[in-house]
Ligand binder design. Structure first.
Ligand code: GDP
Length: 698
């Protein structure tokens, strides 16, 4: 039967990891008692080591799930190592019991004082040839009086915690000190509430040495407060802080033997009273065994039911499809790379060139505005172009200088930096859009890492790239050769840009017209504003001529200031429109169509060709210096930073960040564990039939 308990203890802890519902619980022994009743001393006597937290006012703040595993002596007669393990902490074997004690102290002290006690149990296993297979749960001791630095609610909190643990099917080990009236024992009181007949309560009477033996014997006889499982008397005085842990058990044991040995009249074999730690140990084993055995049938049924349900759900919800955290991570990475690849199409050379050209067209328009549209003489340029008698070489040097200035304004406007930044911004936006989609919404940390990494690559490359681009467009700062074909294309594009600009200005004008209430009103408004401006000009002229009488005339506010502002905008747009239309006509003239020799007369065409060349050259070098690097490094970064960086635990965590995957994994695990438990339970029942005597042949 030994084997059975051991197996069931294993099964019990598996079941605990499946869920905390009472239906799937195998019994354990729960140790309760008031503070200083000797609870720790009893537990340490059972284990044979001092390992529980001690100290002034040191209450156990968390339940300790103590699993004792009996390790049988090896064949060579050497006694196997004794050690403890905290499975949840992954500290490995701890052979030094004062280290176990220290760890337990730390874990207890980690519970904030405001909480006082925590429901979260500490899992501790002790392997030793000197312990039986047992599971014991050490609970915080009942406090009688709340002291100053303990919150008022502590008493209730501890009572609540104990109440949860002393439910069926657990066995209650009620620790009471012999020198305290049993009537006052909170442990017995709590037990009586849930187990009035004492069917699953064992009484442990400590400090037997502190009362006269006849009084001790009376308590153990249990006539006053009968318990079906009886009382065991012990002397389990722990050997104090200073003694070494090894000797603690031995010293305690000796004093216990001495005590009961010297009172054989009361406690001898003939008394049929249960005394001594060894007896207690044996008693606990028997009780746990029989309790486990009687739970076996019920638990098997419960597990079977749960397993059927889990299997059904797994089939229905996931069609039996199994996943692992690793497979999810791999899928996510594949998807990320695929999405990335798909997006790279946006960064092929023609697409990049197109983007850069749009930016440069803007620059061309700015240059034209600055140098031509604001120049009162620009209409002359149209007239020169229309005059077929004017040869290009006859045109005033003024216009040649102007064109050179315009061209150098464009080529020296920081194209290298601007175009590099434009593409880098595009890449940044690309990454943002990738990580803002499913499933990265569930993985904010991974998304952040990816963003960080991509920014790092960009930061690394931006300087180099923009210098390189700037360097390569350098020749255009001195001279640009334009051939016939380039000219024709440039003219077409320039005309198109002007048409767009005209449409834009017209729509703005229309907006204003609508805003002020129609064309007629706008005309009146414009007339009024022009008049105002005339007068203002006159006044300035007079003042300049020394006429001090030029008085400031008060404005006769016929229109609200907002409308006057609108009118000023309207005037700007219509001035702009007339110059744009003039230039568009020039662009469509024979002269501009003729060819590059007319560059001075058709600056728009020339600048457009320059912009195109700049876009082309920039694209080439951005492609080599920035895009190639980026598209090469990022996928590697995804592998090295997102995956190989992660250990098993992090992979699990990552996968579980996605709630869909989490649910899938959890159900799958539940099913697997239940299957495993079921297998173990089934093997137990064959074990039991094996051990039964074979039916006799007739
Ligand atoms: P806990 O607070 O219930 O865990 O109680 P402890 O195990 O810490 O014991 C409280 C005090 O009682 C300690 O000073 C122990 O040495 C002492 N003590 C425990 N068991 C016995 C015993 O059987 N006999 C005597 N004389 N003292 C004991």
């Amino acid at each position: 039967l030994m084997h059975l308990t051991r197996k069931l203890i294993e099964i019990r802890s598996m079941l605990l990891s499946i869920d905390q519902s009472d239906a799937l619980k195998l019994p354990s022994i729960v140790v309760i008692g008031s503070q200083s009743s000797g609870k720790s001393s009893v537990l340490e006597a059972i284990v044979g080591h001092e390992f529980l937290p001690k100290g002034n006012n040191m209450v156990t703040r968390r339940p300790i799930e103590l699993t004792l595993v009996h390790t049988p002596a090896k064949g060579d007669g050497k006694s196997p190592e004794e050690y403890g393990e905290f499975p949840a902490l992954g500290l490995g074997k701890i052979t030094n019991f004062s280290q176990i004690q220290q760890t337990l102290t730390d874990l207890n002290l980690a519970v904030p004082t405001s909480e006082a006690v925590s429901n979260d149990p500490i899992d501790l296993r002790i392997y030793s040839p000197n312990v039986p297979d047992l599971t014991l749960i050490d609970l915080p001791g009942y406090v009688q009086i709340s002291s100053m630095d303990q919150p008022e609610t502590l008493k209730e909190k501890i009572a609540g915690l104990c109440e949860r643990y002393i439910r069926e099917p657990n066995i209650i080990l009620a620790v009471c000190a012999a020198d305290v009236d049993l009537a006052n024992s909170p442990a017995l009181r709590a037990s009586r509430k849930v187990d009035p007949l004492g069917l699953r309560t064992i009484g442990v009477i400590t400090k037997m040495d502190l009362v006269p033996p006849e009084q001790g014997a009376t308590i153990l006889a249990g006539n006053r407060y009968p318990l079906h499982l009886g009382y065991v008397g012990v002397v389990a005085k722990s050997a104090g802080k200073n003694s070494s842990s090894q000797s603690a058990g031995t010293v305690a044991k000796r004093s216990e033997n001495d005590y009961f040995g010297s009172h054989r009249d009361y406690f001898g074999a003939s008394s049929s009273l249960m005394v001594g730690t060894d007896t207690l140990r044996r008693r606990l084993m028997e009780v746990l065994e029989s309790s486990m055995a009687s739970s076996l049938h019920g638990i098997t049924n419960a597990v079977q039911l749960e397993l059927e349900e889990a299997t059904y759900q797994f089939k229905v919800q996931y069609n039996d499809r199994r996943i692992t955290a690793e497979s999810y991570v791999a899928e996510t990475v594949d998807m990320l790379k695929a999405r990335f690849k798909e997006f790279t199409a946006k960064f092929r050379k023609p697409q990049v060139r197109e983007k850069l050209k749009i930016m440069l067209d803007e620059k061309v328009m700015d240059v034209l505005e600055q140098l031509y549209w604001l120049d009162k003489r620009t209409p002359e340029l149209g007239m020169l172009a229309a005059n077929s008698k004017v040869k290009p070489q006859d045109v005033e040097p003024y216009w040649r200088h102007k064109l050179d200035a315009a061209s150098s304004l464009l080529t020296k406007s920081g194209v290298g930096r601007d175009s590099t930044l434009l593409v880098a911004d595009g890449l940044r936006a690309l990454i943002d859009s990738i990580v803002s989609g499913d499933p990265f919404t569930y993985h904010p940390r991974a998304a952040e890492r990816l963003v960080q990494f991509s920014h790092m690559i960009l930061r690394d490359r931006i300087g180099v790239t923009s210098d390189q681009v700037e360097n390569c467009i350098k020749p255009f700062k001195y001279e640009v050769d334009v051939d016939e074909r380039e000219w024709a294309q440039g003219r077409g594009r320039a005309a198109e840009l002007f048409e767009n600009e005209i449409v834009m200005c017209e729509s703005k004008l229309k907006e204003i017209r609508k805003k002020v209430g129609g064309g007629r009103r706008l005309n009146n408004l414009l007339g009024y504003v022009r008049n105002l401006e005339e007068k203002a000009k006159e006044r300035t002229n007079k003042r300049l001529a020394g006429d001090d009488d030029a008085q400031e005339e008060p404005e006769s506010y016929r229109y609200p200031p907002g409308q006057i502002l609108d009118a000023r905008h309207a005037m700007l747009y219509s001035d702009r429109l007339s110059i744009l239309k003039l230039r568009l006509a020039a662009l469509k003239s024979k002269r501009c169509k003729a060819g590059p020799e007319n560059d001075v007369l058709c600056p728009e065409v020339f600048l457009n060709v320059v912009a195109d060349k700049l876009a082309h050259t920039s694209t080439m070098f951005i492609n080599i210096e920035l895009l190639d690097h980026f598209f090469d490094q990022l996928p590697r970064g995804i592998d090295s930073r997102l995956i190989y960086d992660l250990d098993r635990k992090e992979i699990e965590e990552f996968a579980r960040e996605n709630p869909v995957v989490k649910r899938h994994l959890e159900l799958q695990e539940r099913k697997d564990k239940l299957e495993e438990v079921m297998k173990q339970l089934n093997s137990l029942s064959t074990l039991r039939t094996d051990t039964q005597p074979a039916p006799r042949r007739q």
